[in-house]
Design a protein around this ligand. Structure first.
Ligand code: PMV
Length: 344
């Protein structure tokens, strides 16, 4: 019998960054992210009867066979004990679509591995709904660390933190108490470059192994996570801005001070950051930036200053930007099952 399972999971943007890992994709420090809503990956898994003894897995990205990602997914699926029965008995076809363009500063591996892990786990023996996210998160993490944070929204914490119940290095947990202002946060992704990055995140994580500032960085990030949990509860924008921007700059400072140092930010990135500083100083409005491992700038702001931000982008940044992707905080993913008789 043929069965298809479809999942749609969003990407996320870290406020407190995960940078450095050990063991089986375990983080060297805790991280805390905002889940997006419009930037998502939709994955459909089709299961049919297997015709040969070999592993049968076909991967299509936006309707086209994608050999490079197929290899990564195949390795990922074959290495997980949890999926071995599935691979033994079925031929798998995975179709994947992104709602956002490539190389736009949106972590596509986070949304993709969240969705891939979710459909595969759903296809395995039933997992109780109470632990589905935890289980799927822990499997998604093995494909891309930050993927485990895409299971909860609007904010998720990943990493074992003293004093935070249920926190774990294996999966993320939702940050429960959120002030209304932080529930409606927007993220305008300011694109200055739309080419793939020159140094992968895996290389960046590995460079933290012998980084002279590693221990201080890991300590800082853990403290920032604890502080951010309180900030999100209290609605304290001043502290939110301070931690979020310091985190973004620390991430890039780590890259620039690694033994094999490198730089991903561009002159336009610095120009935009300075414009944000100036606009905030002039208006007193609560907006700030963060950066992923790339040159594009994520501009974060609450719903109620939406119009001011649009005017700012129009008047001060128009000539520095290739494009802008508007997104906002979301609540996580969804999954649906069909057999050949229709939805069940
Ligand atoms: O999940 P990975 O291995 O792609 O690493 C993500 C690293 C950052 O995006 C730079 C930070 C983060 O916490 O998402």
């Amino acid at each position: 019998m043929e069965q298809t399972i479809t999942a749609r999971y969003p990407s996320n943007i870290a406020l407190v960054k995960y940078w450095g890992k050990h063991g089986r994709q375990l983080p060297c420090n805790a991280s805390l992210s905002m889940t997006l809503s419009r930037a998502y990956t939709e994955v459909t898994l089709q299961l049919t009867e297997k015709k040969s003894k070999d592993t049968e897995l076909d991967y299509y990205f936006e309707g086209q066979r994608n050999e490079a990602f197929q290899e990564r997914v195949l390795q990922y699926v074959s290495r997980q004990e949890a999926f071995s029965e599935l691979l033994q008995h079925h031929a798998l076809r995975i179709d994947s679509y992104n709602s956002f363009p490539h190389s736009a500063g949106i972590a596509s591996s986070a949304s993709a591995f969240a969705a891939i892990a979710a459909v595969l786990l759903r296809a395995c023996s039933p997992v109780p709904d109470t632990s589905f996210e935890q289980e799927a998160g822990s499997l998604a993490r093995l494909g891309s660390g930050s993927a485990c944070r895409s299971f909860y929204g609007p904010y998720a914490l990943w990493g074992d933190l003293d004093g935070v119940a249920q926190s774990s290095d294996r999966y993320a947990i939702p940050v429960e108490a959120i002030h209304p202002h932080f529930r409606s946060m927007h993220d305008a992704i300011l694109i200055v470059e739309d080419k793939p990055k020159t140094v992968s995140s895996s290389v960046g994580h590995a460079l933290m192994n012998h980084h002279p500032y590693a221990e201080a960085r890991f300590r800082d990030a853990n403290r920032h996570c604890l502080e951010m949990i309180t900030i999100l509860k209290d609605g304290d924008f001043t502290s939110f801005i301070s931690i979020t921007e310091r985190e973004a700059l620390s991430l890039h400072a780590m890259m620039m001070t690694s033994v094999d140092y490198y730089m991903l930010i561009k002159p336009e990135t610095v120009h935009i950051i300075n414009q944000i500083f100036q606009f905030r100083k002039d208006t007193g409005l609560p907006l700030c930036f963060t950066l992923d491992a790339g040159p594009n700038v994520h501009l974060l702001y609450p719903e109620y200053i939406k119009e001011d931000v649009q005017a700012f982008l129009e008047h001060h940044l128009r000539s520095s930007l290739k494009s802008v992707i508007y997104d906002q905080a979301g609540t996580g993913g969804s999954i649906s099952l069909n057999d050949r008789h229709g939805a069940i």
